[in-house]
Design a protein around this ligand. Structure first.
Ligand code: ADP
Ligand code: MG
Length: 346
């Protein structure tokens, strides 16, 4: 099971800052909750309000519907149909066309650090079957010929991939689906909810007492939480190679996030990257892409766009925050020896 962000129970003393003292039981309502497994991960949705229970049931159904549409393995999914089209053009739903358009746009914007056509490489490493192996460089080089989002042709509701190319929405699907579910909840009048989509967190509104949600930033090196983040109406998404990986016969660790330029799992100075964004899809796309790019290029990217915030943790235990998130983040006392750097706009 993978868990990146955890919703902190309010009674954990080490995380009780000022908000704890003015919290009294009369302002706290009972949360409705659903737990389920979808998109290869555990999801927990919590919401407040009279209609919450019934709305969450709808939210779960919607998530399951989207999984069915975008799964790489489900033989009736649209993605499966595209991946088995043998070079023929395929007509898809406008919903699938939209997520693919977003995926290709982000691939272009991140100069291919995010590449939704990486699937043949993932298969070669066994990440799709859990029967992991280390492929030869020649094998990867030849598979890389079938990787490259520029080769996919998307025209409205039609897509055509060269033979041998396969799509995988693993890096953005959960965030994108989270946005759809967020809209559904908001439309149904929910003003306070937290979606935990396998560690991707989407906060709807704030807590019922009006205070911000507190999220624990998971320690990529082991147990515990490195710090606490206060958010409302934001998505918080983390990527790292510390959750899904295998140890090869050579004793090295190989993670599931691949550098599309080389075909090898990302192996740079980063342990994890967390993105705080208005939308889950942006958070999800960028957490993967910034992790692939590495610290320096991620900093440059942030300076160019500045429409998201980032917390990067390096393998040697340093932490980099973009300036806009500084006030919302508190390092936990157990990790107070971590060196903290602020990334500024200039
Ligand atoms: P998680 O799925 O654990 O939340 P990510 O959002 O970073 O983590 O997505 C990682 C998944 O995305 C991988 O399991 C794989 O399916 C796919 N993937 C791996 N490398 C890339 C890449 N460079 N670009 C796009 N997708 C990728
Ligand atoms: Mg991602």
């Amino acid at each position: 099971m993978k868990y990146k962000f955890v919703m902190l129970p309010v009674f954990i003393a080490s995380f009780c800052l000022t908000a704890c003292s003015n919290e009294n039981s009369e302002t706290l309502q009972e949360a409705s909750r659903v737990n389920f497994f979808a998109m290869d991960t555990y999801m927990t949705f919590s919401a407040y309000g009279n209609e919450a229970e019934q709305v969450l049931a709808q939210a779960q159904e919607e998530m399951e519907r989207l999984e069915h549409e975008w799964s790489v393995t489900d033989e009736s999914s649209e993605i499966y149909r595209i991946n088995h089209s043998e070079g023929e053009a395929v007509t898809i739903s406008s919903e699938t066309a939209q997520i693919l358009k977003f995926a290709f746009d982000m691939a272009e914007k991140t100069d291919g650090a995010l590449d939704p056509t990486i699937y043949p490489i993932l298969t070669a490493w066994g990440f799709t079957t859990e029967e992991n192996r280390i492929p030869e460089k020649e094998e990867l080089d030849s598979l890389l010929e079938n990787v490259g989002y520029e080769q996919a042709e998307l025209n409205r509701n039609q897509i055509q991939l060269p033979k041998g190319m396969e799509l995988d929405l693993g890096a953005i699907g959960k965030g994108y689906a989270g946005d759809i579910v967020t809209k559904l909840l908001e439309k149904e009048g929910i003003t306070s909810a937290l979606l935990d989509i396998g560690g991707n967190i989407q906060a709807i509104g704030s807590r019922p007492d009006g205070s911000e949600w507190r999220l624990g930033l998971r320690n990529p090196f082991g147990e515990g939480e490195i710090g606490m983040l206060l958010v409302s109406d934001q998505a918080v998404v983390t990527s790292g190679n510390y959750e899904r990986y295998f140890i090869g016969e050579d004793g090295k660790q190989y993670g599931h996030i691949i550098d599309p330029k080389t075909g090898y799992p990302v192996d740079n100075e980063l342990a994890s990257v967390t993105i705080i964004a208005q939308e889950g899809k942006v958070g999800d796309a960028l957490s993967t892409a910034m992790f692939v790019m590495g610290l320096k290029n991620a900093e440059t990217y942030w300076k160019t766009y500045q429409d998201f915030e980032m917390i990067a943790i390096t393998n040697d235990g340093e932490i980099y925050l973009t300036q806009g998130i500084e006030d919302q983040f508190t390092l936990s006392s157990t990790f107070s020896n971590m060196e903290l750097h602020i990334i500024t706009a200039n």
